[in-house]
Design a protein around this ligand. Sequence first.
Ligand code: GLC
Length: 425
Amino acid sequence: MSRSAILPLAFALALAGGAAQAAGVKVTISCGSAGAEQPQCQQGAKAWAEKTGNTVEVVAAPQSTSDQLALYQQILNAQSGDIDVFQIDIIWPAIIGSHFIDLKPYVDQATIDQHFPSIIQGLTRNGQLLAMPWFTDAGLLYYRQDLLDKYKLKVPETWAELTEAAKTIQEGERQAGNDRFFGLVFQGRAYEGLTCNALEWIVGFGGGTIVGQDGKITVNNPQAAKALDTAASWIGTIAPDGVLNYMEEDARGVFQSGNAAFMRNWPYAYSLVNSADSPVKGKIATAPLPKGDGEGARHAATLGGWNLAVSKYSAHPKEAADLVLYLTGKEEQKRRAIDATFQTTIPALYEDPDVLKAQPFFAQLKGAFESAVARPSAITGERYNEVSTLFWNAVHNTLSKQGDGAANLAQLQKDLNRLSRGGRW
Ligand code: GLC
């Protein structure tokens, strides 16, 4: 969505909300739009509006987090007050954090302490709390239990096992008449989602985290190259060529319609693929993503997650902060965990009997969060998006068979070196 598309809408809504001014103010929030994000955000925002007498308008952000960042940068750089509350990705505090107010004056320490300390730490810059955690994310392997049973296969532990299992199931299902069936779907488009997927492959093969915590560029190594070459071998074999243009919802669409054996996705997809009208309801389960082979191989899930921040240009920071605290609060996070499997940022909720009863798979998710791998956004700071763009392009080229992993990672190292002036981020 372009900025020109969003701003007139916000203006029109601001005018429409004028009549309610006497009773309260109007707050505009921009929420994500993958899966159930919009209806879930609307529901929470409406409850807050009813409780406080304010008006709230929900504006849909683009589905790709990379497009969302570009749009937010335009709005914030223009110091526009059209959006009061922004839903921000965990990798953005250093990139756009200077546009948000410090929430500390609005929130008590006990509320802050309810959340995972590492997330709070990531959202704190120069002593200022720039956002409150809303939900976290870690990559998961979704699989069709019914098909593993049918072909007498076990849940794959390694990518080699997954490749074999995917081939067996794909061949069998095609012979049985479904020629649109594929073994594996994931996020292969050239955007931030591919960075998340590829980090999992590379860490899974013991190939490091692109840039180390000390700022050293580590990505040009044989295990990382092997990880990318392995993923490239899936394209057009167990994964459709079209996966090179897939985001989260594209992968979910294929898996949910019954046309894939395995899918890499985030927890939000669980409630949708298992919903009453899903063709694969009751046939799916999740597991840790497979690991590679060789020294240092491990199961790896990329850490994601979303947070709510108040714009410095908001005319109503107090009400905007109140909306943020309501939406990120325990009650609302519990509701969203139960209704839509958004992974809560409040550790206590992983032991909540209502959550576990409604969504037993939450029992696995706390561990998934604790062992998840962060992208190198803290060390690369403001430059993270440029780092990630260079990385996802190198990966996308490899998947598209434009150069192999070794050649593309050697070039990436040069580009990252130049960008960082030799690792000085
Ligand atoms: C999920 C994650 C987010 C990540 C994005 C990539 O939304 O929560 O952190 O950047 O996926 O597509």
